[in-house]
Each structure stands twice: as C-alpha cells, then as structure tokens.
Design a protein around this ligand. Structure first.
Ligand code: PFF
Length: 454
C-alpha cells in the first residue's frame, strides 16, 4: 500500500499519462464493448455513430472537463467537493457516491460472468459446443444460484486488491498494464474481424448512416450512452481529478480521455459487427450479443478459441479498470469525510457492495419473479436507478453548479491553472456548460423516468 494512505494524506497520480490512462480506463468498460456495438446495431448503424460522436464532442467533453476541474480544485471526493464550495450542495455529490455503489453492485455481477467465460474459453467449452447451445449455456450460468455468486466474488476480490493498494501504487499501476494490453488486443480482434470473408457488410453497416432507423428514441439512447460510457454524472471524474497535480493541462487531458473512449467504442464495433455479419448472425440482439452471439461467431472461426480467450480477457480488463474507479468513488468518500483508513474503507465497502450485488445476481434465477419497479427485478432496478436517474440528474446538477453556482470564472481560473495554460474554447465551453448541457440532460432524464412509468 502507498505510504501516503497510511499517514492519512491523500494519494496522487505519479504522472500525467498515469491519470489519463486511469480515467480512460474508467471510461472504457462494458459500456463500450458490449453496449455501444449493440446500440449502433439497433439504431441505424452509421447514423447512431455520427450522432454519438457529435454528442461526445459537445456535451461529453464539456461535462468531463467540468468534473475534472471541480475535483482538482477541491482535492476532495464527490461529496466533499460540492460541500466545501457550497455547504448545502453536498447531497449532489452524495447521490454520485450512491450511484457508484449501485452501479458497481451489478457491474461486478456481469464482471463475474466474464470471468466465467474466460475459464470456458480456456477449458475448451466454447469451442466444442454447438452454436445453438450458447443461448442455453448463458441462461444456465446466470440463472444458477451459487456459481455466479462465486464469480461475482472473484471479480470484486480483484477490484478490492487494486483499490486497496492506493492511487499510484494500485489504480495507476493496474491501468498502465491493462490499458495498453487492452488496446493491442482490440486491434488484433479488429484485424481478424475485418479480414473475414463477408466482413464488408458489417463495416458498411457501422459506417453508412441510415437515418430512417434513427428515431427520437435513438437520440436519447445516444445521449444516455455518452454519459455512461464516459463515466460522467456521478463524481467519478471529480474523484480521479482530485488526485491531480496543479500543473496538469486539464482541457488537453479531458480531450484525450474523451478521444480514447470514443476510439475504443468504435474499435469494439469494428471488432464485433463485421464478424457477426460474416457468419450470418443478427447485430441487434441486445444483451445477448456478447455472451451468446459472439461465442457462436468464434466457434465458427479458425483458431476461434484463441480469439474467444483474447476477447473475454479484453472485456475483463475493460470491466476491471471501470470497476476500480467505481469503488474508488465510494472509498474516497469514506477516507475524506469519515477519516477511515484506505484499507478499512476498501475492505468494508467491497464487502457491502458485494452483498448488495447478491440480489442482482439472484434476480437472474431464483428471484426472477421479484420486481422492485414496474416490470424490473433487482438487477434492472439498480441499473435503471443508477444509469437512467442518478447519472443524468448528477450530470445536470453538476452543470448547474459549475455554470451558475460556483461560477465559470472560478472554474476557468482552475482550468487554465491560473492563466498558465491557454484554453481557446473557453467561451464555447461556458455556453455549453451553462445552457446546452443542463437542458439536454434534463430531456434525457424526463424521458427515462417517463418510459418506466408510462
Ligand atoms: N464507463 C463505464 C463503461 O463504459 O462501462 C461504466 C462506468 C464506470 C460508469 C464508472 C460510471 C462510472 F463512474
């Protein structure tokens, strides 16, 4: 563990690239590899991609910069950051901590499924099966009572070990190993995918905009996906920004993170969709795409079990680097606000979040009849409350806070490190953070809540 965490002072990133890799590691996750290709599949391929990129540049970058700035200025966790600037705004950061808690509880269940698929790819189960049986295989795994809970524990255990070791010695180190490896693996898979016979159909699909399939709903899907994928709206980037040194160039860092995340989402689309098309499968299959369609695709490929292994290892790395950021949001809160030691906060919260995830796992099987919100079991309720309610609400309040309460003048002073770094886009950023982003996010939020209660 880092010395600093034992002496009670907060940790710090060891290098600028360390921070960028860690923040990009948080952003690149299941959202990129599993959800982005399937959303593109559902919403008119290239049309979705174009709109997604526009929203990333306009709102994703804006909110990313606002969050990192708030974190670096206050050098505190999400709750503490708001509270030190305006006492009665602490609860907004508190909602973020709660969102981190909820997201990690079901994210870790899915992370556990990924661990199980890595083992399946090593033991040869994936190459031997008849492709039609993959649906049953997945269903059997997730609806089982004990097995997924064991994998959930393994995934949470890995997350715990990394966060326990502190900012530069744990989180930064892990990201420095996993992120470059992830990048190499996704390049290998993309090359394999686009060189398959019949791959061009998939590429065409991904890059030819078909706006007839693009509805108002697709627009909202894109906006929600931008937030989730960039880890925005819950104080994750406030927390990671709080470990930054004062001399880092914030606009440059925010832009790098946003570009890395978007490139990996596109590469995931390139690695997945052409292969799916080449073997005659359907792209718009939703959640089953990663665990059902892809193993079937791999089983038909020469040396498929090796590519399956690379793929699931890639997904594991992506999921782990996001999970550690989620746990860090919660741990930082207890370390800063309650003066817990990093060790105590990490172990306690990992156990509590693990336990909160148990009903989410069971809701895929024995508890599938229990609903918390109309039609939604534990897993889907956690996901809905966090991703569709807490994240957009958090993002909107963040913009209002930085744009109107703390004020863009003070924010710009921090962004430019007191005038040391140029920020030519300042007037545009101010306009986006004050007006466009909060209004656009309000729209996602209203729609999300309306969908469930209509
Ligand atoms: N950005 C992650 C993904 O795309 O899977 C998920 C996530 C991580 C959301 C961390 C929010 C967060 F704070």
């Amino acid at each position: 563990m880092e010395k600093s965490s034992q002496t009670g002072t907060r940790g710090q990133w060891g290098s600028k690239i360390g921070f960028i890799l860690a923040a990009a590691g948080s952003a690149v996750g299941l959202g990129n590899i599993w959800k982005f290709p399937y959303l593109a599949g559902k919403n008119g391929g290239g049309a979705f991609v174009v709109v997604y990129i526009l929203i990333v540049l306009l709102m994703g970058f804006t909110v990313m910069l606002a969050e990192i700035t708030l974190g670096r200025h206050t050098q505190l966790n999400a709750f503490g950051a708001y509270r030190t600037l305006r006492r009665n705004w602490g609860w907004v950061g508190g909602l973020g901590v709660l969102a981190g808690f909820l997201i990690l509880s079901f994210y870790s269940v899915v992370g556990g499924w990924v661990v199980s698929y890595i083992i399946k790819s090593v033991t040869g189960v994936l190459s031997q099966s008849n492709p039609e049986l993959f649906g049953d295989m997945f269903g059997t795994l997730i609806s089982n009572t004990v097995t997924p809970l064991l994998y959930h524990a393994i995934f949470m255990g890995m997350t715990l070990v990394i966060v326990f070791r502190g900012i530069s010695g744990g989180i930064e180190k892990a990201n420095k190993i996993m992120m470059p490896t992830l990048f190499i693996m996704i390049i290998i898979l993309s090359i394999r995918s686009v060189t398959l016979q019949g791959a061009s159909k998939g590429l065409q699909f991904l890059f030819t905009p078909d706006f007839s399939q693009f509805t108002a709903r697709s627009f909202l899907d894109a906006m929600g996906q931008v937030f989730f994928s960039l880890s925005l709206g819950m104080g994750c980037m406030i927390t990671y920004g709080s470990y930054l040194r004062k001399d880092t160039n914030l606009p440059q860092s925010a832009l790098s993170i946003v570009l890395i995340d978007t490139s990996i989402a596109l590469l995931a689309g390139i690695a997945i969709l052409p292969a799916v098309f080449a073997f005659g499968f359907e792209p718009g299959q939703g959640p089953g795409l990663m665990f059902v369609t892809l193993p079937a695709v791999f089983s038909k490929m020469p040396l498929g079990s090796i590519f399956a292994f690379i793929f699931f290892l890639l997904v594991l790395f992506a999921a782990l680097t996001s999970a550690i950021s989620l746990l860090e949001v919660v741990v930082a809160y207890f370390v800063d606000q309650w003066k817990w030691s990093r060790a105590a906060a990490t172990i306690t919260m990992a156990v509590v979040i693990y336990l909160a995830g148990v009903p989410a796992s069971l809701s895929m099987g024995v508890w599938s009849d229990i609903t918390l919100l109309p039609g939604l079991g534990f897993f889907d309720t956690y996901d809905f409350i966090a991703s569709n309610v807490l994240l957009p609400l958090g993002g909107m309040l963040l913009c209002i806070f930085v744009g109107w309460v703390w004020g863009t003048k003070k924010a710009l002073y921090e962004i430019t490190s007191g005038g040391r770094h140029a920020f030519g886009l300042a007037p545009i950023w101010v306009f986006l953070v004050k007006f466009i982003s909060p209004i656009a996010i309000l729209i996602i939020f209203i729609r999300s809540v309306a969908v469930i209660f209509q």
